[in-house]
Write a protein that binds this ligand. Structure first.
Ligand code: ADP
Ligand code: MG
Length: 256
């Protein structure tokens, strides 16, 4: 590859997520290596403002690693991440949250010994938002108003997951990242989370959701990205993805 080719590839993309574009998040040649293993391999990925994007792919495809690179839990081996006109690459997780990112990880990270309301107060400590109003709105939104004083350890799995989504939305993020939000949930619990995501989306929140449950993916998302061995295999409308032979073979485990 000539120097010129490299320059063409590495044009600053920060403007590509700026105020006068529809792109909210963009990664550029994003790479993460763990020793000899390349978990995320030169990924150019972008999300449009206002969409719900689902990220699917077989176990070990690099989905969680990609999310952790975006939030700053991991730092990239190479490449950059741009969000809403800011280069996030060198920022720590707190600084990224201040730019309007929020995340809910794979397993619940609620404070078991605190009440539902006390859990929701934790992220608000860092802000000057109107705590009472936000608490009431959030409790209502996650349908836990009746459990406001209940200790988190008493909640069901589905309620804990909703509480954690609640904690993540108290700061009114522009982009919400969710890693397997309905893993281990009953049909009713899954239904509640789908409704919650749709209602937040209706109010303008953008989502990137990692999920295995294709029924759930179909319910919440129009566009899907398929990751395989650290690279984007396919990207497109859910119907195209589900009928794609290669996707069915590697992901859905069917013979093409
Ligand atoms: P997914 O979420 O798609 O199942 P991951 O992002 O968790 O995949 O993992 C991608 C690959 O990177 C896997 O091969 C996994 O074993 C490896 N990996 C993930 N995190 C680490 C780590 N902290 N150290 C070493 N290898 C890791
Ligand atoms: Mg994962």
């Amino acid at each position: 590859m000539s120097t010129q080719d490299i320059n063409v590839k590495q044009q600053p993309a920060v403007a590509a997520t700026g105020g006068d574009t529809d792109t909210l998040l963009a990664t550029e040649q994003l790479t993460k290596k763990f020793g000899g293993l390349t978990a995320v391999d030169s990924v150019d990925f972008s999300i449009t403002e206002g969409e719900i994007r689902c990220l699917i792919g077989p176990n070990g495809a690099g989905k969680s690693t990609l999310l952790e690179l975006i939030t700053g839990q991991l730092s990239p081996t190479e490449g950059n991440i741009y969000f809403d006109g800011t280069d996030l690459t060198g920022l720590d997780t707190h600084a990224r949250i201040d730019t309007g990112l929020s995340v809910k990880f794979q397993s619940p990270h609620v404070y078991e010994n605190l009440s539902v309301t006390e859990n929701l107060r934790v992220p608000l400590q860092r802000t000057d938002r109107d705590t009472q109003r936000v608490l009431a709105e959030t409790l209502d939104r996650i349908a836990l108003s009746g459990e406001a004083d209940t200790q988190a350890s008493e909640l069901s799995h589905g309620e804990k997951q909703r509480l954690e989504i609640g904690m993540a939305i108290t700061l009114d993020p522009k982009l919400m990242l969710l890693d397997e939000p309905v893993a281990g949930m009953s049909i009713d619990e899954t239904d509640d989370v789908a409704k919650l995501i749709r209602s937040l989306h209706d109010d303008g929140m953008t989502f990137l959701v990692v999920e295995h449950d294709m029924e759930f993916v179909r319910r919440i998302s129009e566009r899907v990205t398929v990751l395989d061995q650290g690279s984007i295999l396919r990207q497109g409308p859910i119907e195209d993805i589900e009928s794609d032979d290669e996707v069915r073979r590697i992901y859905l485990g069917e013979d093409a």
